[in-house]
Design a protein around this ligand. Structure first.
Ligand code: 5AD
Ligand code: SF4
Length: 447
């Protein structure tokens, strides 16, 4: 089927994968809104669908073709939506997508989506366009001002990765590490706060590798940026993700003890607890150096909640090596974590390594790992019972009068009240479940 060329009046952006993709999805939505296209109401078909794809693990590429199939199945060219494929699969397989899916009008990589409006003009004229250039910083300069109204917001400060972990596709799809300029970030944060954000999460594939020059021309790292953001009135919470152990510096660790607005939460992936596997992964840290680093965070912020990422079944991983991962989990006691089965990514060194691990072995290891991680998450939640904390209200619950927000430790907290999205309320934790906390309102928000 040829692509639909009707000028679209409504759009839908479907973002898969990481928070960076969510941020990119929001920015694409803002670009489309500037062109007078509005978001399709829930449950209604959109004239333009942007599939903002992820390439990190699952069979993402195949999923695109089934998504496109679903969008076009049983429809005529005029009835099917105009389709754009964005994100990391677009970057990795742009030409292939254009060949295999004739209904697609546009393929746009993660560093080129600021040109989406131009591509759209061409798509309406019947031209199919692929843009997978990687000029990185140029994108941010040509995006519209932030207008998004929400109590929590993402802010991309750094993009790309130079680490080349042997299993990972990110250095190829997102390109080399770049840091956005300090002043641009402060300006964007102000806009987000003016639009209602009370919490900002700084994003980057290696967010703690961020570096720039402050307004006085001094070289600063992420800690310097966080100190500056903390001075913005109305901004009450700052978070950052995802960090790499090797980019941690003294100033960032110290900031956790100095900046009240910096939340007591750290997501620091370790991937494996075994040094041979870590070396084969090209992680350039050891289990021991990782543990020592966490110790330093706990010294300055004893209540810090720790989170991590794990991969089981990396090529060649033995049972004993996997057990080292269980050991590190027992040592750290994470408040939450993300764990995955190794998935070979085309073009990465690990994909062609010998001794790929059988699926049933990976399944079994993942189950054992997740049982421990769940145990620790539940214990973390139970230990909060009786404590009082602030909750930033993000949305309504399913039941009338029920609200959901986040604690400083990034755990979800339910409570009952006639609250409002964006309120910062004080609750006492009365119950700690496996995935969330139940709170009792102690002090409503002061209007
Ligand atoms: N297979 C499985 N998990 C992966 N991750 C990255 N690449 C792969 C892969 N090929 C995981 C890592 C990373 C997280 C974002 O995704 O744990 O930290
Ligand atoms: Fe991928 Fe490693 Fe870079 Fe993280 S640090 S994005 S896992 S290459």
């Amino acid at each position: 089927m040829k692509p639909n060329t009707n000028p679209p009046k409504t759009y839908r952006v479907k973002s898969f994968g990481c928070q960076m993709n969510v941020y990119d999805g929001e920015r694409m939505a803002e670009l489309l809104a500037e062109k007078g296209i509005s978001e399709a109401p829930e449950g209604e078909d959109a004239d333009l669908v942007v599939l903002n794809t992820c390439h990190i693990r699952e069979k993402a590429a195949e999923k695109i073709y089934s998504d496109i199939g679903r969008l076009t199945k049983g429809k005529t060219q005029k009835k099917a939506p105009m389709i754009a494929v964005a994100g990391c699969v677009a970057q990795a397989e742009g030409e292939e997508i254009m060949k295999r899916a004739p209904a697609v009008s546009m393929v746009v990589g993660p560093q080129a989506y600021h040109r989406l409006p131009d591509m759209l003009d061409r798509a309406v004229k019947g031209e199919r366009a692929t843009d997978t250039d990687m000029p990185a910083i140029a994108k941010f300069d040509s995006l519209p001002q932030r207008k998004r109204r929400s109590p929590t917001a993402f802010l991309t400060v750094q993009e790309g990765c130079d680490k080349f972990c042997t299993y990972c596709v990110v250095p190829y799809t997102r390109g080399a590490e770049i840091s956005r300029p300090f002043n641009d970030l402060i300006a964007e944060a102000h806009k987000l706060v003016e639009a209602g954000a009370r919490e900002i999460t700084l994003l980057g594939q290696n967010v703690n590798a961020w570096g720039g020059e402050d307004t006085k021309g001094n070289k600063v790292g992420l800690a310097g940026l966080i100190h500056a953001l903390a001075r913005i009135d109305g901004l009450e919470r700052i978070r950052y993700t995802t960090s790499h152990p090797n980019d941690m510096d003294d100033a960032l660790i110290a900031a956790h003890g100095e900046v009240d607005k910096l939340m007591p939460y750290l997501h620091l992936p370790v991937q494996s607890g075994n040094d041979r596997v870590l070396k084969a992964m090209n992680r350039s840290h050891t289990a021991e150096s990782y543990l020592r680093l966490l110790e330093r965070f706990r010294e300055v912020r004893p209540d810090i909640a720790l989170s991590g990422d794990f991969i089981v079944g990396f090529p060649g991983e033995t049972e004993a090596e996997f057990e080292d991962t269980l050991k590190i989990v027992d040592e750290v006691r994470y408040s939450q974590a993300f764990s995955f089965k190794y998935s070979p990514r085309p073009g990465t060194p690990a994909a062609t390594m010998e001794n790929q691990i059988a699926k049933d072995v990976m399944d079994e290891r993942l189950q054992r790992l997740q049982a421990r991680l769940n145990r620790d998450q539940h214990a973390f939640n139970e230990a909060l019972v009786g404590k009082t904390c602030d909750v930033l209200v993000e949305r309504k619950g399913k039941l009338a009068g029920q609200w959901l927000g986040k604690s400083p430790w990034l755990t979800s907290v339910w409570f009952e009240d006639n609250g409002q999205i964006g309120d910062m309320v004080t609750v006492e934790i009365v119950e700690g479940g496996p995935n969330s906390l139940m709170g009792k309102l102690k002090q409503p928000a002061i209007a």
